[in-house]
Design a protein around this ligand. Structure first.
Ligand code: UDP
Length: 454
């Protein structure tokens, strides 16, 4: 029986973005360790870490390109819509070829596709292969999208533009307020609702895998399970369960040496993920606030994340003066290692789901400054459900930045948050260990893939 399962193949379809590639490759690692062969189907726009950790995976790139003008002008959501249109036929062709090459012995157990690569479900259906949705966000954001996909668009747009309504709790989604809903900063809400209805419409998918754990969001998971009518497998956090390096950018390890010289729990680490862009005025308010807080800080500033700048050269001299005393700047960090470092006392984050899991998974409290989409949901949960962070809302201003850093690193309040974060870290570690909820959930998923005769 084992021998037969070892030959079965799982096809993974990731979204071409760091925050999506990382968890799906980790999922691939977890499934590979359970005896499956892994094929990763990439589009022209994916880059994947060439790490030897994935040397046993098979990679296929399907054709399908956007025009130069599309690439220049489309926002991320429109890009995803277009990508889904141009990849449907080539993926069908690719899947047909894999099936042909497989023969009888080495069949495809299922296609696991990122929820935003929904073109995959048509081909899977055509070849009668089980398809499984992989959500790289959490269950709560999935529930939100499914609620939003059904709202009266006209009413919703009016409410979202009303400043008073924005502060109110959305009736079906307590404690999320209108302003916490996973709407996009990248384009009009209208387009977003359409792509959400596509991605939450799981169609013929037979299951949903979520990179989350029941200790974090049991009620959203239960609700999702009820709404979707298919098994929902929370198997995360994958970075603990199946850690696999998949950084697409070069990590600057000099920051670890810098951290080695700092006092325990004194450093605030700042990273806004792989996509967020910053306004020059916000960068300066941050620099002032950080400097005035008197705490050391490690700041990731991605090349191209500040307008009109390759890196930081367009910032006024004032910026370098402010960071030179207590700060250290890198273009990209080994984030997991940074968060694990004893000198790190807090994480200023845009609250992408991977960063959130990584921070909570290391017991590090957070300053939340979400930009868009599910980051706002995560920030609300970090502050008011798990109570392991503070959210910075409204205009960024040096005084509030300084206050937030002190609350997290210096004050008693921060110590309480750290204790709760460490409590969550322990629960998350237990969930991926033998007998834990995520561990069991992964086993349940694998068992569900057994063929009738295995
Ligand atoms: N990351 C990293 N080094 C950095 C900044 C980010 O390795 O300097 C990684 C981080 O560990 C996380 C991913 O990039 O796994 C970002 O994913 P997330 O979901 O937090 O945000 P996104 O980039 O999708 O907005």
């Amino acid at each position: 029986m084992e021998e037969k399962r070892a030959k079965r193949r799982i096809v993974l379809v990731p979204v071409p973005a760091q925050g999506h590639v990382t968890p799906i490759m980790q999922l691939g690692k977890a499934l590979h360790s359970k005896g499956f062969s892994i094929t990763v189907v990439l589009t022209q726009y994916n880059r994947v870490s060439s790490s030897k950790d994935f040397s046993e995976f098979h990679f296929i790139t399907i054709p399908g390109s956007l025009t130069e003008s599309d690439l220049k002008n489309l926002g991320p959501l429109q890009f995803m819509t277009k990508l889904n249109q141009i990849c449907e036929a080539s993926f069908k062709h690719c899947l047909g070829q894999i099936l042909q090459e497989q023969g009888n012995q080495d069949d495809i157990a299922c296609v696991v596709y990122d929820e935003y690569m929904y073109f995959s479900k048509t081909a899977a259906k055509e070849f009668q292969l089980p398809s499984v949705v992989f959500s790289t966000t959490n269950a709560t954001a999935f529930v939100c999208r499914s609620v939003l996909a059904k709202v009266n668009e006209e009413r919703f747009l009016i409410d979202m533009k009303d400043p008073e309504m924005r502060d109110k709790v959305f009736p079906e989604l307590h404690p999320l307020r209108y302003k916490d809903l996973p709407t996009s900063a990248f384009g009009p809400i209208e387009g977003m609702l359409k792509i959400y209805s596509e991605s939450v419409n799981i169609g013929t998918a037979s299951a949903v895998i979520i990179n989350s754990a029941s200790c974090l969001e049991s009620s959203s998971l239960a609700r999702l399970h009820e709404d979707l009518k298919v098994p929902v497998y929370p198997i995360g956090p994958l970075h603990i369960a199946a850690s696999a390096p998949s950084s697409l950018l070069e990590e600057d390890r000099s920051c670890i040496e810098w951290l080695d010289k700092q006092k325990p729990s004194s450093v605030i680490y700042i990273s806004l993920g792989s996509l967020a862009l910053m306004e020059t005025k916000d960068v300066l308010e941050m620099a002032w606030g950080l400097s005035n807080s008197n705490q050391p800080f490690l700041w990731v500033i991605r090349p191209g994340s500040i307008p009109a700048s390759e890196w930081t050269e367009s910032l006024p001299e004032e910026f370098s003066n402010l960071v030179s005393e207590r700060g250290y700047i890198v273009k990209w960090s080994p984030q997991m290692e940074v968060l694990r470092h004893p000198a790190v006392g807090g994480f200023w984050s845009h609250c992408g789901w991977n960063s959130t899991l990584e921070s909570v998974g290391e017991g590090v409290p957070m300053i939340c400054r979400p930009f868009t989409g599910d980051q706002k949901v995560n920030a609300r949960y970090i502050e008011s459900v798990w109570r392991v962070g503070v959210q910075l809302e409204g205009e960024l201003e040096k005084g509030t930045v300084e206050r937030a850093v002190k609350r997290l690193i210096v004050d008693e309040e921060g110590e309480e948050m750290r204790k709760r974060a460490i409590g969550l870290k322990e629960k998350l570690e237990a969930s991926v260990r033998g007998g834990g909820s995520s561990f069991t959930s992964l086993d349940d998923f694998v068992n569900s893939l057994k063929t009738k005769d295995s």
